[in-house]
Design a protein around this ligand. Structure first.
Ligand SMILES: [Mg+2]
Length: 362
């Protein structure tokens, strides 16, 4: 697995700074009433220099920094920014598990063959998010969710930390146990009392020692995590609404004939999958990834569902040609997909399949 965890930097505060640039130069706290029982939702980096953190009471924050500006959270505004961040991210990495407005996991394995390429994709994501929204994010890249999550927090703001396979345990070892997701205040306290302060010390406990401190499944789970072991994949919807085949080329391709050959081969594979699932499709999509990792896709929707390789190939090649007219360039990946799936019996043996009634551009 090659996963990334993306976390927007001081998200609520960063949005408020964009909406009112005057806030940028001073300590800013998004949260409740500092004269009541409010707590800090997010503090900007100026405020953090005064030791102000999320979940601290606003009264305490005011004590630490009497000239801080306090603003109330505006969740509908944050949702708008979040939407645009995640649609930008999906433009670079299609498979994403959002875990919050400001964080989520990305399946980099789908778009990068190794960790070197994964680093480049992660940088492309950061650049794209900044270009689209002016927001900065930090990313951790790792072979496991828990490691990626910890890594995204290492070099905030705007950081990128890549933990290559085999170095997970070494990366985690010096970090405080409470940095591990899943270690709550209670577990942290029990471990601390027993002299276990770092992930490395937790990872080194034998079964017996572990049972004494954190009995049951939780202990084993946390020790696994401290060792960088975490087999969880991304949690995604399971309903099959499309079938697609794509390929990252061994070297970037510009030759039209060669690209058409590749698409024809993929179209045959797609048709094969379609037939096996007893479905036909009304929409054909061609996906292109350029050498700068940006993605274009073009679709055509037909009046009548199809399932034969030649038709899919012909449409896919036409879409590719049009996309390359719009934006010429070498491709590192191309793909053919079908969607709008319908059961086979609905297939009408009609000759006018080729008349598109809708042209969609993404
Ligand atoms: Mg965040």
């Amino acid at each position: 697995m090659i996963l990334a965890h993306l976390d927007l930097d001081a998200f609520f505060a960063a949005v408020e700074e964009l909406e009112d640039p005057e806030l940028r130069e001073r300590p800013l706290i998004v949260g409740g009433d500092p004269h009541g029982r409010g707590v800090v939702a997010t503090a900007n980096y100026h405020a953090r220099r005064f030791g102000i953190q999320s979940a601290m009471s606003c009264a305490e924050a005011l004590r630490r920094c009497s000239h801080a500006t306090f603003v109330r959270p505006r969740h509908s505004v944050y949702r708008e920014y979040s939407r645009s961040v995640w649609s930008t991210v999906r433009g670079v990495v299609p498979t994403v598990e959002r875990t919050g407005l400001d964080e989520g996991y990305l399946d980099l394995g789908e778009v990068a063959g190794d960790f070197l390429a994964a680093r480049a994709v992660a940088e492309a994501v950061q650049t794209a998010v900044r270009a689209a929204t002016s927001l900065s994010c930090s990313i951790g890249v790792a072979p496991a969710k828990v490691v990626a999550k910890v890594a995204s927090d290492r070099r905030k703001p705007g950081g990128l930390t890549v933990v290559v396979p085999g170095s997970e345990a070494r990366f985690l070892a010096p970090l405080a146990v409470r940095k591990l997701p899943g270690v709550g205040p209670k577990a942290d306290e029990r471990l601390r009392v027993a002299g276990i302060a770092t992930c490395g010390e937790l990872a080194a406990l034998n079964d017996e020692e572990l049972r004494g401190l954190l009995p049951g499944k939780v202990g084993k789970l946390l020790r696994d995590r401290a060792r960088g072991i975490d087999t969880r994949g991304l949690e995604l919807g399971t309903e099959r609404i499309s079938i697609s085949v794509e390929e990252t080329f061994e070297r970037d391709l510009t030759d039209r004939e060669q690209l058409h050959d590749e698409l024809r081969r993929m179209a045959r594979e797609v048709a094969e999958h379609l037939r096996k699932s007893g479905k036909t499709a009304r929409t054909v999509t061609t996906k292109l990834r350029y050498t700068d990792f940006s993605i274009r896709s073009r679709s055509t929707t037909l009046r009548v569902a199809i399932d034969d390789a030649e038709t899919i190939a012909e449409l896919a090649c036409g879409l590719l040609d049009r996309a390359l007219e719009d934006r010429p360039g070498a491709l590192r990946l191309a793909g053919v997909g079908v969607s709008g799936l319908v059961a086979y019996h609905q297939l009408a043996l009609d000759a006018d399949w080729a008349a598109p009634f809708q042209d969609v551009r993404a």
